[in-house]
Design a protein around this ligand. Sequence first.
Ligand code: NA7
Length: 548
Amino acid sequence: MALTQKSNSLIELDAVIVGAGFSGLYLLHRMREAGFSTRIFETGDNVGGTWYWNRYPGARCDVESIYYNYTFSDELLKEWTWSSKYAEQPEILSYINYVADKFDLRRDIQFKTRVDSAHFDEEKNRWEVHLNNGQTVSARYFITAVGCLSASNVPKFKGLESFKGEWYHTGRWPHEKVEFKGKRVGVIGTGSSGIQSIPVIAKEAEHLTVFQRTPQYSTPARNQPNDPEYIKQVRENYSEIRTQMRSSLTGIPAVPRDRSAFDDTPEERRRTYEAAWEKGGLLTISYSYNDLSLTPEANETVAEFIRSKIREVVKDQEVAEKLLPNFYYGTKRPIIDTDYFETYNRENVTLVDVKKAQIEEITPSGVRTADAEYELDMIVFATGFDAMTGPLFKIDIRGRDGVSLKEKWAGGAETRTYLGIGTAGFPNMFMLTGPESPSVLSNMMVSIEQHVEWVSDCINYMRDNNKEVIEVNVEAENAWTKHCREVAEPTLYVKTESWYMGANIEGKARGFQIYLGGVGPYRQICDEVAEKGYDGFTLKASEESVVK
Ligand code: NA7
């Protein structure tokens, strides 16, 4: 189908995709292959999404590189070789650029263009999409590929505008090299971004002050170059690996040991945790036993083990004490690092506990906490994101009766979706890795491919069956949201104030918005929905479409 431009300001398409990250790019490819006129609108000036924006020093993926790539093209799998176990941001960005070129995707991507609003026109059964450059696009389908962690959060500290030095947010890092040499740098935040960047900045800066609110559990990544023999084996077996990834719980072919933490003696447990610590990696420790995320007692065994390692690594015991986490392990995003705790043994690093004495204001020359003032030349905000709903709410999305998504979801407090893919009252709109899908608690690549394939298959089905409108049924939505909450409720996740719960954003309602049933079972549910002719959705041909 051809793209038509009626005038300078109206573009007609089959589908609009928002965002040129991993999900948007693959969907564009699938849609074009199927003959749909599709265009991506992207704020940045190049492809990459998360990996375009998060260029901070030390940025790296914590899912093993061999699992963190597209798997839809065997040719692509053969062509690309990851240099190390955990790929660095520049290498991932090169990969995304390579994919964009290989599949000639750029010609249908409009860069430096923000989607400001998308309103469903009930008379035409089309989405009217407004861009920040004044253009209007009319499309049958509106698909958000905006990622879960793209709305960066710079807390509203008093006085920030008065700061005379440089400041950056890790998720909006400049393209030019940021110079730390000879500077007094402050990093606020010790989530994954802080923990990845702190050791790198410490090596360059004259002095680094880390402002920590919540100490974190972090375990060694033990990154290493990929052995060519290993890569050869992976290539030969990728078909099997892909099947395992797709049917696994997290999108990584690993299973928790079928054993409770209390099936072992304390000595055996310690040996198990020590071996996992030495091996490194994301799921190594957390998969040591099957009840670590379920019971406080089992959880405490791994939590205390990590605390003991922190006491061992950090030489100054006063500093070590400040670094000891005390929430349930794994209920905030588990982190893997390279020399994070070791960094506090450096002479040029100071740790400040801002839970004890909170940041009161940013002054022209630094940061003032309740009990001290810190002179700084640069502040790095590693303060995270308005996750899940944040990126969607940045767009004024309105469905039937002009109701906005933000209103429908009461600012996030009442988020309701069907499968995390659609929401009632917003016909022909699909969300890739949306709230209430496995998303951030899975290997995003597996979840992205599954959503993209499901959505593009659905749009194909619509065309093949002469349907014009697809819309989530309220009953199906209510049942899915209920199911999501029931799966999360017995876990320890809901007991911790985390960004999974919306707790990192001032005034944001608390609620767990990730489907914890696992990517394999989730895929099965989605497949069954499709096999039953999109059970839980109402599909209408053009003549039967509801016109109010
Ligand atoms: P995170 O994990 O949300 O971490 C943000 C950090 O910033 C965390 O330590 C926060 O403390 C801290 N923070 C946030 N607001 C403040 C204020 N006002 N004062 C002091 N400290 C603050 O974001 P990341 O970018 O590190 O990682 C996001 C995800 O990207 C990661 O989980 C991976 O999935 C990839 P808190 O814990 O809220 O007390």
